[in-house]
Design a protein around this ligand. Structure first.
Ligand SMILES: [Zn+2]
Ligand SMILES: [Zn+2]
Length: 346
């Protein structure tokens, strides 16, 4: 093995990133080196690439980007006992502290002091990635690499759906980015009776249809609240999953949800947003649930069981590219004319 590898690096504060030859990471006793088979671009990567306010306040370049991957173990650290060369894995990208109240009560996904692969330390848009053994997820070889690398964002959708109980319910999903699209598929396989998909992007609404939404609504053409109320005899939907981070979408959701309904919030607003708390939440008896990350590893178990059986997410993958084509990939992400983009470092 030569000791250099190709990696996509955020090498300085500011927009963009570069492909560089960097040293293959050295392993600590509890680390594992994984040869990356496939990686996928996440909204987070686009924030970092564009170098928005959040990225500028959080990151300290140089950092290798990327946190969604699948691959095979190349080498294990001296103290690693339960993982072996060749094992087919994906990874949980949150490295949790293991000490806080949440970590010690089975809620490590909301750890008070976690760091993120590809944000706070080197990630997986590279030929190899170093991963703490506790973050590895053994993956069934029947799941191909381009699906296996999506277990992290599919897990976000699974946790969101689990937090609101969609079985037999009418569901509105606002925002059809990748996680919104996964959420449509997850809601359907968990037995949602109806799924309304809302987005201003017709390209993504087409994918929403393929993922099983029973109706798509583009707010530029129709008012989602009116349409949903008409369709449900004025009741509104049981469940909303807000996946866009857009303030207007949240208002649509809170107006379209029935009294006593539940709203899962996963989309992250860029700015503070303003709610009519009295009329949109309190008097309606609405429950809001914040959803972040994946339960470690309860959500992973559910996600891989679903991917191994009834959940088909292939329609969400719209592009497969070489790592070197990252500029085109990020342009596509920015244009919104894509679902998930898979990158291959090899
Ligand atoms: Zn991600
Ligand atoms: Zn913790």
């Amino acid at each position: 093995m030569i000791n250099k590898m190709k990696a996509l690096v955020k090498d300085k504060a500011g927009p963009g990133a570069v492909i560089k030859l960097v040293a293959i990471p050295e392993l600590g006793p509890h680390d594992v080196l994984v040869k990356v088979a496939a990686a996928s671009i996440c909204g987070t990567d686009l924030h970092i690439y564009r170098w928005d306010k959040w990225a500028a306040s959080r990151m300290k370049p140089p950092v290798v980007l990327g946190h969604e991957m699948s691959g095979n173990i190349e080498k294990v650290g001296s103290a690693v006992k339960s993982w072996h060369e060749g094992d087919y894995v994906s990874l949980e990208c949150h490295k949790t502290c293991g000490r806080c109240y949440q970590c010690r009560t089975g809620q490590a996904h909301i750890c008070r002091d976690y760091t993120i692969l590809g944000v706070d330390f080197d990630g997986c848009f590279a030929e190899y990635v170093r991963v703490p053994e506790a973050n590895l997820w053994e993956t069934d070889p029947k799941i191909p690499p381009e699906i296996a690398c999506l277990q992290d964002p599919v897990g976000n959708a699974v946790l969101a759906a689990a937090s609101v109980d969609v079985t037999g319910k009418t569901v509105m999903i606002t925002g059809c980015g990748a996680i919104g699209l996964f959420a449509i598929g997850v809601a359907r396989v968990l037995g949602a009776a109806k799924v309304y998909a809302v987005d201003i992007n017709d390209y993504r609404l087409k994918i929403a249809k393929k993922m099983g939404s029973t109706r798509t609504i583009n707010p530029l053409q129709q008012n989602p609240v009116q349409e949903v109320l008409l369709d449900t005899r004025g009741d509104g939907v049981d469940i909303v999953m807000e996946m866009s981070g857009n303030e207007q979408c949240l208002h649509y959701g809170l107006k379209a949800v029935k009294n006593g309904g539940r709203v899962a919030l996963l989309g992250i607003p860029e700015e503070k947003i303003c709610l009519d708390l009295a009329n949109e939440v309190i008097f309606k008896g609405v429950t809001l649930a914040g959803v972040t990350g994946r339960e470690i590893f309860a959500t992973w178990h559910k996600t891989s069981a679903l991917l191994n059986s009834i959940l088909d997410i292939r329609h969400v993958i719209t592009h497969k590219m070489k790592l070197e084509q990252f500029e085109d990939a990020f342009k596509l992400m920015q244009s919104g004319e894509c679902g998930k983009i898979i990158l291959y470092p090899d």
